[in-house]
Design a protein around this ligand. Structure first.
Ligand SMILES: C[S@@+](CC[C@H](N)C(=O)[O-])C[C@H]1O[C@@H](n2cnc3c(N)ncnc32)[C@H](O)[C@@H]1O
Length: 200
C-alpha cells in the first residue's frame, strides 16, 4: 500500500481507454449534474437502477466486458451512460480530469480469492490511490467478507473511514450478482465510507 501510495503508477494509458473516456468526459462536463460512478457495472443493471434512484444525477457505468454491457434487459434512462473501458486506466483518466463523483459504487468486484492473485484485487493494485482520490461516498458490496475487510484497510490508509455491515435484506437488489447470491441464501456485506455529510 505504502509503495503504491508514494510511487505514481506510470503504465501508459491504452488508446482504447482514452478514446472511451474522452466523449464521456465531454458529455459529463457539459451535463453539469452531479456524477455517480458505477465501476465494474457488468450488465449495467445497477447503473440503470441508480439512475432511477438519483434522477437528478448523471450515472456512469464502466465495465471492460463488451459482452456483459450488451446484455440489456431494459431501457437505459437518459441520465445513465454505459462505457466499455478498463478501470485501471479509466480511474486514472477520471482523476487527471478532476472528476469528483458524489457517489462511487464498486459492486461485487471479482474476489480474486487465490493468494497468488492478490495483486489483481483493486485495493492491492497500484491504481488504488487514483480510485481513493476520486472521493465521493464510496460503497462496495460483496459476498466475500475478507475482500471488503482488506478494502476497508486500504481506504483507511488513504484517510477514508468506513463502516462494514451485513447488507440489509430490505435493500432492493442492485445487481444480478446480488439477486443470485440472495437467492442462494448467501450472506452479503456492504462497505461504505463514513462521509455522507459531504452530500448535504
Ligand atoms: C463479478 S462481476 C460484477 C458485475 C456487477 N457489478 C454485478 O454486481 O452484477 C465483476 C465485473 O467487473 C468487471 N471488471 C473486472 N475488472 C475490471 C477492470 N479492470 N475494468 C473494468 N471492468 C472490470 C468485469 O467485467 C465484471 O463485469
Amino acid at each position: 500500500m505504502e509503495r503504491h501510495a508514494t510511487n505514481r503508477y506510470i503504465r501508459p494509458i491504452a488508446d482504447y481507454n482514452r478514446e472511451a473516456f474522452e466523449p464521456v468526459h465531454e458529455q459529463a462536463s457539459a451535463d453539469g449534474r452531479p456524477l455517480i460512478l458505477d465501476s465494474g457495472c457488468g450488465t449495467g443493471d445497477s447503473s440503470r437502477a441508480l439512475a432511477r434512484m438519483y434522477s437528478d444525477h448523471l450515472v456512469i457505468g464502466v465495465d471492460r466486458s463488451a459482452d456483459r454491457l450488451s446484455r440489456h434487459r431494459e431501457a437505459t434512462p437518459e441520465n445513465c451512460m454505459l462505457v466499455r473501458a478498463d478501470l485501471i486506466d479509466f480511474w486514472r483518466l477520471a482523476n487527471q480530469a478532476g472528476w469528483q463523483p458524489v457517489r462511487h459504487y464498486l459492486l461485487y468486484p471479482n474476489p480474486e480469492p487465490k493468494p497468488r492473485h492478490l495483486k489483481r484485487r483493486f485495493h492491492a493494485h497500484p491504481v488504488f490511490p487514483d480510485l481513493a482520490a476520486l472521493g465521493g461516498v464510496f460503497e462496495s458490496r460483496s459476498n466475500w467478507l475478507i475482500y471488503l475487510k482488506e478494502l476497508a484497510i486500504a481506504l483507511q490508509y488513504h484517510g477514508r473511514a468506513t463502516t462494514l455491515r451485513p447488507l440489509p435484506e430490505t435493500d432492493p437488489a442492485l445487481t444480478l450478482f446480488e439477486q443470485k447470491y440472495r437467492a442462494s441464501g448467501q450472506r452479503l456485506w456492504q462497505l461504505r465510507t463514513d462521509d455522507l455529510e459531504i452530500l448535504q
